[in-house]
Design a protein around this ligand. Sequence first.
Ligand code: B12
Length: 465
Amino acid sequence: MNILFISPNRARTPLPVMPAGACIAAEVAAEAGHHVTMLDLMFEKNPDAALSRAIAGTAPEAVCISVRNIDNNAMASPASYVDFLPGMVQKIRSLSSAPVIIGGGAVGVMPGELLRRSGADFAITGDAGNGFTGLLQRIADGTQSAASPAVLPGSTAGDSHTPIVPDYGRWINSGRYRAAMASVPVRTKSGCGFACAYCTYGSINGKKVKRRGPAEVARAIEKGIAQGFRDFEFVDDVFNFPKEHAIAVCRAIAPLRGQARFQCLELNPLFLDDELLTEMERAGFNAIGVTVESASDKVLRGLDKGYGAKEVRAAAAAVSRHGIRCMWLFMLGGPGETEETVRQTLAFAEGAMRPGDMGYITCGIRLYPGTPLAQTARAEGLLAATPDEMLEPFFYCSPAIPFPAMQNMVEDAARRNPQFHIAGERHPRFANSLLKIGGLLGLRPPLWQYSPMMKRTLNVLSFHP
Ligand code: B12
């Protein structure tokens, strides 16, 4: 079949991310024998015209849309990333009779809701495996009716063998992403067995962890290096669990040091120790992120994180004994949060951040259907919306602290210390220009390492964006 793949993501904050999922799914469809064309809208000046051209040029028999984001997760300045979908599907229908399939990270989070809202024919959850290629085959054979919209699993074998690093040059303008300081996303496993009260990860790729072989991961990175990439980012749900797997991956990629730099933002403090950090240093990691969330026992319990303030402090002590830059990620406003616990977390953050580190703070927690936190919110009378209505963002904020008070405390901290960044805070205008020319200036990912320097400069110039 002729298949048109669309990657509609145009989000530039916190930075443009490579459409890894779209390219992998496109490659899976091509390997199954289809003729696949990719339309990546990230850098398109006129997305509407590009879509019309692509449909006219490819005469698709199926159109696949990769939906990565639902919204920006920011309570203070919420922005939808799926508003365009119904209009896009309508436009496709006006130009083609091909069935429309949606898949991608966002679809794993709210499949039924996105299927209904978009007006597409099929929503595929999880990886683009045999469930996806089976659907394409049935469409090609004429045995799959598009009469009733359906949510289908992307991989029914339970273990997907999708490419880890696709052949980007075949699908997208990879030079544009490199120039925008994007790193290549690499997944060493999928699935997440943790039960954090707010999180959707377990519903995106399942609760069972499916690992890729460390040697296979290293070969995929070599393939990326051969495509001209230098910066790779591990995008596992939690990179350091199981810890032995993370260590095995570090050892497998260590010989590539010198040709590649590595980052990862999803480290659980419970499994972060000197042994792992030493292996990461040897492998050539230049930046990590620790998803601490809070430094208060009460709040961590409320979020069901499975660790407490003691473990958070131990992770910070371990990080301080090594030389890798670190972004500390916090999520304020969970059950049990009060002024006192916010103060506790901010004090921990200020103590943990070394020069060159950063504290990334989210205030208020996005509620997703089916999560324990959504149930808590309903029980506390804070959430009345039906799951279908939750494509609009609803947030949890502890009744024990008003959201504006919490936001003020965090803004005060960010004024005192430019190493703090508040989620949803707009980049200063000159940061966007920096992003555009960063690659040419020889700046290296991660972009956030330049943020405190930019803020200090703006403060000196008394310029507030
Ligand atoms: C790592 C990560 C990041 C990193 C990305 C780093 C990088 N270099 O790429 C950073 C921190 C920068 C980031 C930023 C954001 N992220 Co993020 N991120 C993730 C994470 C953990 C992994 C994403 C990833 O790359 N996976 C690996 C790829 C290969 O998998 P995939 O994209 O899912 O694709 C597979 C399937 O979905 C499927 N598939 C994909 N497309 C298609 C299409 C079809 C037709 C089919 C059939 C199948 C299919 O096949 C693929 C391969 O099997 C996910 C959560 C998760 N567990 O998935 C959140 C996630 C994608 N992010 C999310 C969000 C919200 C954001 C931000 C908007 C946050 C913000 N406020 O800024 C930004 C947006 C950035 C942007 N410009 O778009 C949400 C999106 C859904 C939602 N709730 O809105 C997720 C799902 C987490 C969540 N909270 O639920 N993110």
